[in-house]
Design a protein around this ligand. Sequence first.
Ligand SMILES: Nc1ncnc2c1ncn2[C@@H]1O[C@H](COP(=O)(O)OP(=O)(O)OP(=O)(O)O)[C@@H](O)[C@H]1O
Length: 605
Amino acid sequence: MTANFWDIVRYFKRYRNTAIWSITGSSLFEIIDLAVPYTVGQILNVLSGRSLDPEINSLVIAMASIFGQSPNPTTALIMLSGLIFVVTVLRAPIQVWIANNFHWEIALKSRRDQTQKAIAKILTLPIEFYDENNAGRIAGRVARGLANHMWSYPEIAGQLIPKVVRILGIFVIICAIAWWISAFFLVSFILVLLGSLQKLKGLVKTEENLDIYQENTESRTSEIITSIKTVKAFANEAKEYKRQSERLEREAKVSLWGIHIGYVKLGMVRDTVLEACQFVVFGAALFATFGGKMSIGHFITISTLASMAYSEIKPICLLAEVFARRYSSMLRFHEFMKQANGQDAAIALYPNTKYPQYRFAGKVEFRNLTFGYDRDRPVLEKIQFIIEPYETVALVGKSGSGKSTLVKLLFRYFEPSSGGILIDGTNITELDITGYRKRLAIVHQEVDIFNGTLMDNLMYGNPTATFAQVQEACAIASVDEFLHLLPRGYNTIVGERGVRLSGGQRQRLGIARALLVNPDILVFDEATSSLDYESERSIQLAMRRIQGIRTTIVIAHRLSTVREADKIVVLDKGAIVEIGSHQQLLAQGGIYHRLHSLQETGELL
Ligand SMILES: Nc1ncnc2c1ncn2[C@@H]1O[C@H](COP(=O)(O)OP(=O)(O)OP(=O)(O)O)[C@@H](O)[C@H]1O
């Protein structure tokens, strides 16, 4: 999905009304400020004994009559000084208030809204997105996009637009005094702006490449952090360091020689052209004044305004440059936000959303199910078997045979290409996905631990569980075997900043967490990592306690667990090759028998 400039504009759409009046306010103040050089010019005319411009003269007469004075040079000077006081001293706090208050208010509020939307997007993206993009890449893209939008808004709304309006105002005033100077001014302004924009276009393209490079570097840094144990175990610190340094060097080359130098050259050419134009205007006005075609007051007004205008073009170009530098990362944020949601996106993001409260006996039927991540390459083919309520079924097969994929389909992370899954006779696609998933629970091979207390982690799926229920689940899952070893029992902080739990302890925590949900179907993905004997025995005990209470599906990597299952489904290359009890399958003398013999001789399944 591609994004464009209008996505950036839409980002702030919610605050359109405040934006319109605050930008108009800021722009008006930039115009009002222009009264100063004009008034100074008029003061000079008074001081040098020349006449005022007709409009100002009638204003002085009108004001003098209001205060009962006769119009003379003194009243004119008081009037003109009063005008300068109003547009400078009185204007200052109001202008700062609008700029600092409203522009930043919009920037910060939009950041809050959009961060919320980004979190919603993260929660609703299809699960395969996370197979293809790691945390560092996603987090980096979102954070850069949000920050750049936030910084850009006050610069564009509070500075760039008002400055452009100010330049237009200057053009109008110069035009009223000497149209030929204003024509030169306008042409030079447009040419400088078009030239700068043309050059910026090229630089934005290079910025885009830089952004992609940066994302790749961030992604690898995040991988290094999450896989630091592997990096260290292979003593690959130097290799990783070198690879990242090379990437940074490549980024520096692009940003220094491709982009930075581009901006420097652009600035050099632009500033020289601007100074030259200003000099031409100054010279033309000087000769016009010397030749008696212009008053000294108008000469001062024009040269001051021209200097103001040309000095405003520089910040306008600089603001455009800064925006260009941020542009591609903002677009990449919108590309991320436009990613299609997963088919489970309907899952409620708001806690109060109602969903049906299902209750299943737990009969699961895989009916002629075929599926492939890539539609042309099926990973599972014509899978057909039934799990009766409260049965324990073990899925067995070599790595890559499709066991996990079958479970992913049960959780509706993906839809089958043909066939389907029925629960108590109803196709799961006909059920509300939230209500349905609430009745399932899974214990992954690697149990995720959130930073918080052990209790928080146990109650993750069911925050309303009672203490007695927690204790019961912990007893079944053999969590209580290590509970007393933790310094503060249930209140011990575990996870990122707390006590480290071993693989076996994590799995037992995972089982207790799943049991607390009281699911109708429990899926247990046995840890492949070799657990110590004690942990393995505890987990087996826990599994034995669960059997017969609810439908249980075990992705088995150890045959010791499988032996106890009511039914064993042996998968090979995405198809069911054997199905039956441990004894039946041994008697068949097929794949299962071979796997069993291998394990008996000490080889892992
Ligand atoms: N997200 C994915 N996108 C594309 N292909 C995938 C994806 N996940 C798994 N596969 C492929 O699907 C096939 C089945 O994988 P699956 O993870 O289901 O096997 P498994 O039996 O659970 O293996 P293991 O025991 O190693 O976990 C494999 O060929 C794998 O490469």
